[in-house]
Each structure stands twice: as structure tokens, then as C-alpha cells.
Design a protein around this ligand. Structure first.
Ligand code: FRU
Length: 534
């Protein structure tokens, strides 16, 4: 039986224990009527990131590609703009860029709230839940029994399934739920991520269990057998483990395939609060074994993170991306449990990161997971404007959305930071860049606007270790009105952070020291994806 660490309970669970199943004060109920035709004119409303039409959102769930559509489900509380009884909200996209909001897919019921989980296309109808000879969509999620939790029972989280035979438009919960009960009384027992293991013809589930990941197998998505566990001694353990994801990736430039295990941790992230770490290794159908070369990076409490910014949590990847596409596509929740429920928006709360393609590289430092924005986002670009070598101004009069791709050359040893600065006429500023004195990238939002809502939001700059070693440093920045996503060195180190300037950042400029040359690059305005009045 797992040790009980009440201190490791994540923020939403603590919140729940504190409030029982009581609902926090609801905001204007009219806002929950908002749909995709709502003109998103509110301050801080992202222009090209997915945000829910109204009310609370956290983790992405059930991401699956099916019949020409990418499905995005998400943790959602439709009655308030803070966390509460969880539902699965739902949106679909044909291009990973524009999203159509659909009705709520899964509602809580007598077995509990609908916590995070995944969805698969059940090819060959292994579950027998498909009708008329079709392959159903099957969602695998955690039931959180709030009453049992308040009563102090430890078996309150169980795993369950639901299925759809109409492209995810309607869902039926399986009559035999739960499919995995919680006999070992593991208090944090959740977030099943299921994949088809083609090599061994089996379904594999990674499940978070407080301070470890449990791997299960099944032939039919209904009967599950526990296979192994991983992780008590490795990686970051400053918080509870949540939202795992296991998938194979071919190492760039070769034939070798390695397995990547993503694990979100809350708190204990490298820059405070929640973050997502990963392991690279092998999976034999039963157990995950980290690669020996990766061990030094994940021993003695150390961890390697997919994103070092403070606002990328609970991210996982899409199931069933067609083989001819071959990408591993990731989306994370662009917030942090430290302050996610207090950020200064009212109609809705929080957004997702842009979809990112993941790739695996073997560097002198070891295996590293790179992230880059999916190419589909390029369709939002306006006419490119050249950033000439040596220039300092990148763009002025932006509406707060901008893409900047710029390279710098370090000409001789220097301690002077360089990077990109955003400013507005209210005197607020945000800076991202590279600090050669520590060999780290940084993101400084300490003067970027509203921060009174939380004691820890502004903080000091987030820092991220550089893994590339070249003298040329590339900064690729996606700026939306309330977020910055920085992909450095072709995606080797990533920083995602949110901010709330009192007016959009209109000026984008470059800063650098005397020993750094601005090599130049490109900037683009980015079109919004919602019917927003400009
Ligand atoms: C992660 C998480 C999950 C849980 C969900 C509840 O942010 O705590 O572990 O399933 O949120 O909303």
C-alpha cells in the first residue's frame, strides 16, 4: 500500500477537502451561455489560443484525432470561474488552429466528478462498445467521489470509461463502471492515459498514484491488469505526480526508438508550483526503464522539464494521429495551481498552450525532448517583416499578438543578457532572453502588469537551463495578449508564461550587449481565431 502524504495532495484536491462539494459563488450565469459566436472582446482574452467560452478550465483531456477532427476535452466547471465539480468540456478543430465549441461531453454523476483522462479510437471494437460495425471512441477517466473524500475515505478515486458512436457528439458511460476500483486505497489515484501498444497488440494505461506511475494492460479497455510501477526514487518529488503520458519517439536523425514518459508534478516545479517533467527510456510492454544515460539528470531529486516556464501544466499528447502525419502533438494547460484560480479574468479562466510537435534528440547532454509550435499555426501569420542584422526595433503598434524569430551571435565571452522586450504605453514591460553568466534562458514578468491578485505571481524571473552549446542563440517567441511561449535553439528549451498587462504590449524590441550581435530574423503579426472585433 502506498504511504499517505496528505501534504502532497494537489491544490484542487485541497480546495475540495476544504469546501466539501460546496460550489464556490457562481458568476453571472448568462456567461455560461457563451458559444463560439461570442465576440471575445474581453481584456486578456487570448486571440489565438484555445480558451473556454465561459467559466473554469484546467487540464486538457481526451485528446484524440478521429475522422478529420482533433478533439480537445478539458477539465471544466460550468457554474463558476474557479475549480469545482469537474465535467469534460469539449471543442473540435480540423486544423489544430481554429476551434469549435461543442456541448459538455461528460457530467458528474453518483460515482463522482469527472477528473482527467484520455480517449482512444477503439480500432477493431475490442471493447464491443461500437455499434453498427464501427469503431467507437472510448474515453478513460477518473471518477472522484467528493463525498467519500470529505468523509476521509481513501478509495474515492477510481477509473471508468465512456463511449461514443457518433464522433464524440454524445457519450454513454459504461454500465459496469468503475473498470479499475481502488482496492489498495491510494488517495491520489488518477489521470489514466491509454495508448495502443501495436508491437504487443494490447492497450497500455499509465496511471498516476501519488509518487509513482502504475502501468496496466488490457485487451478490451474494460478488464485491466496491473503490470508494474515506476518512479518513487527518480525525478522531482516536491509534489504529487499527476497526468502521465507514455509514447515512443524515433530519435531525430536515426532509426533508434525511445520511450518518453511525461509526468506532471504539483507543486515542486523548477520555478515554483506546477510543471511537467519527463523521462526517456525503454518500455517492454510491462515496465518502463529509464535510459542509463538519462539517470544522472533525474537522480537526487533532480528532474528534466518539457517546459521551464510557470504556465504549462498537465500537458499530454493526442492519440491516433495518422501514421502518414507521424507527429506527436502536445497541448498543456497554460496556468499554474499556485494562482490559476485568481488570475484577473472573470468571464472565463485560463487557456491552453498552442499545440506543439515533440521530437527527441540525442545531444551531448543526453536525450532531450524538443517542442516546436505546430506548422499549421503559420496560417495565422501576416506579411513577414524582416528584422535586419543589428536592429533593435522589431515591431510597433502590435495588437498584442506577434511572432518573433530572431537569432543572436555571441562574439566573445560575455556576461550581458540579451533577448526580446515587450512594452506598452502604461510603462509595463516583459522580457525574455538568455543570460550567458549562468547559461540560462529567463522570462521576467515582474513588471508586466496586474499582479496584485497573488503574492507569488510576479516573483523573480523564471530560469531555464540551456542545453544547446552553439554560439548562435535562436529565440522563437509566440506572443498573445496574455501569454508568451518561447522556443529556444529549435525547441530544446521552452518557457511558457502568462501575464496581464493593463493594455496590450505594442512595442517589441531587442536588447543585447556589446559582445552579442543581432543576426536578424523575422516577425509576423498573427491573426486571431475568434470572431473578435479588432
Ligand atoms: C491536474 C489535476 C488532475 C486531476 C484534475 C482535477 O491539474 O489535479 O490530477 O484529475 O486536475 O481537476
Amino acid at each position: 500500500m502506498l504511504r499517505r502524504h496528505t501534504l502532497l495532495l494537489s491544490i484542487p484536491i485541497l480546495f475540495l477537502l476544504a469546501c466539501g462539494s460546496e460550489r464556490p459563488a457562481a458568476v453571472d450565469t448568462m456567461t455560461s451561455m457563451a458559444d463560439s459566436t461570442t465576440p471575445y472582446a474581453e481584456a486578456h482574452r487570448p486571440r489565438y489560443h484555445y480558451s473556454p467560452p465561459a467559466q473554469w478550465m484546467n487540464d486538457p483531456n481526451g485528446m484524440v484525432y478521429h475522422d478529420g477532427e482533433y478533439h480537445l476535452f478539458y477539465q471544466h466547471y460550468p457554474d463558476s470561474n474557479v475549480w469545482g465539480p469537474m465535467h469534460w468540456g469539449h471543442a473540435v478543430s480540423e486544423d489544430l488552429v481554429h476551434w469549435e465549441n461543442l456541448p459538455i461531453a461528460l457530467y458528474p454523476d453518483s460515482l463522482g466528478y469527472i477528473f482527467s483522462g484520455s480517449a482512444v479510437v477503439d480500432k477493431g471494437n475490442t471493447s464491443g462498445l461500437g455499434t453498427d460495425g464501427q469503431d467507437p471512441l472510448v474515453a478513460i477517466f477518473t471518477y472522484h467521489d467528493a463525498e467519500a473524500a470529505s468523509a476521509g475515505r481513501d478509495d474515492h478515486q477510481t477509473q471508468a470509461i465512456a463511449y461514443s458512436n457518433d464522433n464524440g457528439r454524445s457519450w454513454t458511460k459504461y454500465a459496469g463502471n468503475p473498470v479499475i476500483s481502488n482496492e489498495k486505497l491510494i488517495r491520489d489515484f488518477r489521470d489514466p492515459k491509454v495508448m495502443w501498444d501495436a508491437e504487443r497488440d494490447q492497450w497500455v494505461m499509465a496511471l498516476a498514484a501519488q509518487d509513482r506511475i502504475l502501468f496496466w494492460r488490457s485487451d478490451n479497455l474494460i478488464d485491466w491488469e496491473l503490470q508494474s510501477e515506476f518512479g518513487t526514487e527518480l525525478g522531482g518529488h516536491g509534489g504529487v505526480w499527476e497526468c502521465p503520458d507514455l509514447f515512443p519517439l524515433t530519435v531525430a536523425g536515426g532509426q533508434e526508438t525511445k520511450w518518453v514518459l511525461l509526468i506532471s508534478i504539483n507543486p515542486g516545479g523548477p520555478n515554483g508550483g506546477s510543471a511537467t517533467q519527463y523521462f526517456v527510456g525503454d518500455f517492454d510492454g510491462k515496465s518502463f526503464t529509464p535510459d542509463p544515460s538519462f539517470l544522472p539528470d533525474v537522480q537526487n531529486g533532480k528532474g528534466v522539464y518539457i517546459d521551464y516556464g510557470r504556465d504549462n501544466y498537465a500537458g499530454v499528447t493526442f492519440a491516433n494521429i495518422p501514421e502518414e502525419d507521424g507527429r506527436r502533438i502536445f497541448i498543456g494547460w497554460m496556468s499554474n495551481w499556485l494562482y490559476g484560480q485568481e488570475v484577473p479574468t472573470t468571464v472565463w479562466r485560463s487557456a491552453m498552450t498552442v499545440p506543439r510537435a515533440l521530437s527527441l534528440h540525442r545531444l551531448p547532454a543526453g536525450y532531450r525532448l524538443f517542442s516546436t509550435p505546430v506548422r499549421e499555426l503559420e496560417k495565422l501569420r501576416g506579411t513577414p517583416s524582416e528584422i535586419a542584422a543589428g536592429s533593435t526595433t522589431v515591431a510597433s503598434n502590435t495588437q498584442g499578438t506577434q511572432e518573433v524569430d530572431i537569432s543572436f551571435l555571441i562574439t566573445s565571452e560575455t556576461d550581458e543578457p540579451f533577448g526580446i522586450r515587450l512594452e506598452n504605453e502604461a510603462g509595463e514591460a516583459y522580457r525574455v532572453g538568455y543570460d550567458p553568466s549562468t547559461d540560462e534562458f529567463f522570462s521576467d514578468r515582474s513588471e508586466a502588469g496586474e499582479d496584485q491578485f497573488s503574492d507569488v505571481f510576479a516573483g523573480t524571473a523564471a530560469r531555464a537551463p540551456r542545453v544547446a552549446t552553439s554560439d548562435t542563440v535562436r529565440l522563437h517567441l509566440l506572443l498573445d495578449v496574455a501569454s508568451a511561449e518561447l522556443f529556444t535553439d529549435d525547441g530544446a528549451t521552452v518557457i511558457t508564461e502568462i501575464f496581464f498587462p493593463s493594455e496590450p504590449f505594442q512595442q517589441v524590441s531587442v536588447f543585447s550587449g556589446t559582445d552579442t550581435e543581432v543576426l536578424g530574423g523575422e516577425a509576423y503579426s498573427l491573426e486571431g481565431i475568434w470572431s473578435t472585433p479588432q
